[in-house]
Design a protein around this ligand. Structure first.
Ligand code: IPM
Ligand code: MG
Length: 359
């Protein structure tokens, strides 16, 4: 039976980059016998504009039925003054929570062709290949109580809660351990165990789970040091596992090591391997509609979708090789442009990847 993919372009450059991913999926259907049915729906600010909710019930139902979801990006200045419960980001967070997508895989790989595009020295980043595993449905993003209350003095007090159960930590650490087993067998668990009780517990659970993976070398690092080590000597890392918020911050940091946040895909998986795939960059309202956004993170997200949810690792490899080839050809969107290369727009980059795939 055909697998179902739900495509959610979202806001800003989401529309443009998803258009390139759709061309890629069309090519896989027509030329490589990929047996999928593709549906499209609204999420984020565009959904709010159309029906008054960043995550319409119809979208959520379609997402539940799908085998995989491909998302562009959500958010934009236009919706920043809305109540937080109606903001585009709530659409994304709602999808993660409702679909139980607790395991967020964010690979940070430096393509050798882009060593010059990184703001760090080439010798610091060349050869970088690490995976950040971010817990995605718990922690301070979802903890209760949360809000802003008014004190008797009339002053306001804002509060959020960092909360994890042992079982939530255990399952994400095991996902990271399994990934480490297929890579360099080193896992660094990032916490703030010197200050936050919740993450001291995190560390203890990681140690316990680690006993089932004697081949994996488990280390622990405080988050402030991890941020420093990422820019000082990032190649020391193989797999990193951490909380929702620390993972949000550290993955942006790791993205920049690779030259551009426009290069990095991600997968968010549930217990059964169903997943949502998205570039880790945002909706970039400043460049939306200009045709200059880098579609490679989204195209690479299609590759991750094939690998993790559609059981087609061979096709995923081919797409990744095609991206490698266009970089070899010297094609660059503005975010990764460097001397001697040819600057191209979103569409031209998407077409070049398809041409490389077709050989
Ligand atoms: C990310 C983003 C989201 C997050 C936002 C858009 C809600 O920054 O996927 O990293 O904070 O998780
Ligand atoms: Mg983020």
């Amino acid at each position: 039976m055909s697998k179902k993919i739900l495509v959610l372009p979202g806001d800003g450059i989401g529309q443009e980059i998803i258009a390139e991913a759709m061309k890629m999926i069309g090519c896989l259907q027509n030329e490589f016998e990929l047996d999928v049915v593709v549906d499209e729906a609204l999420v984020g600010g565009s959904a709010y504009d159309a029906v008054g909710s960043p995550l319409p019930e119809t979208t959520l139902d379609l997402a539940r039925e799908a085998d995989a979801v491909l998302l562009g990006a959500v958010g934009g200045t236009k919706w920043e003054s809305l109540d937080i419960s109606l903001r585009p980001e709530k659409g994304l967070l709602g999808l993660r929570k409702e679909l139980g997508l607790f395991a967020n895989l964010r690979p940070a790989i430096l393509y050798p062709q882009l060593a010059d595009a990184s703001t760090l020295k080439p010798e610091v980043v060349s050869g970088l290949d690490m995976m950040i595993v971010r817990e995605l449905t718990g922690g301070i993003y979802f903890g209760q109580p949360r809000g802003v209350k008014e004190l008797e003095s009339g002053e306001k007090e804002g509060f959020n809660t960092l909360v994890y159960r042992e079982s939530e930590v255990d399952r994400i650490v095991r996902v990271a351990m399994d990934i480490a087993m297929k890579r360099g067998k080193r896992l660094c668990s990032v916490d703030k165990a010197n200050v936050l009780e919740c993450t001291e517990m995190w560390r203890n659970v990681a140690i316990e789970a680690g006993k089932d993976y004697p081949e994996v070398e488990l280390s622990h690092m405080y988050v402030d040091n991890a941020a420093m080590q990422l820019v000082r000597a990032p190649k020391q890392f193989d797999v990193m596992v951490t909380t929702n918020m620390f993972g949000d911050i550290l993955s942006d940091c790791a993205a920049m090591l690779t030259g551009s946040i426009g290069m990095l895909p991600s997968a968010s998986l549930d217990e059964n391997g169903k997943g949502m795939y998205e570039p880790i960059h945002g909706s970039a309202p400043d460049i939306a509609g200009k045709g200059v956004a880098n579609p490679l993170a989204t195209i690479l997200s299609v590759a991750m979708m094939l690998r993790y949810s559609l059981d087609n690792a061979g096709m995923a490899d081919k797409i990744e090789q095609a991206v490698d080839q266009v970089l070899d050809q010297g094609l660059r969107t503005p975010d990764i442009m460097s001397d001697g290369c040819k600057e191209v727009g979103t569409e031209e980059m998407g077409d070049a990847v398809i041409a490389a795939l077709m050989g």
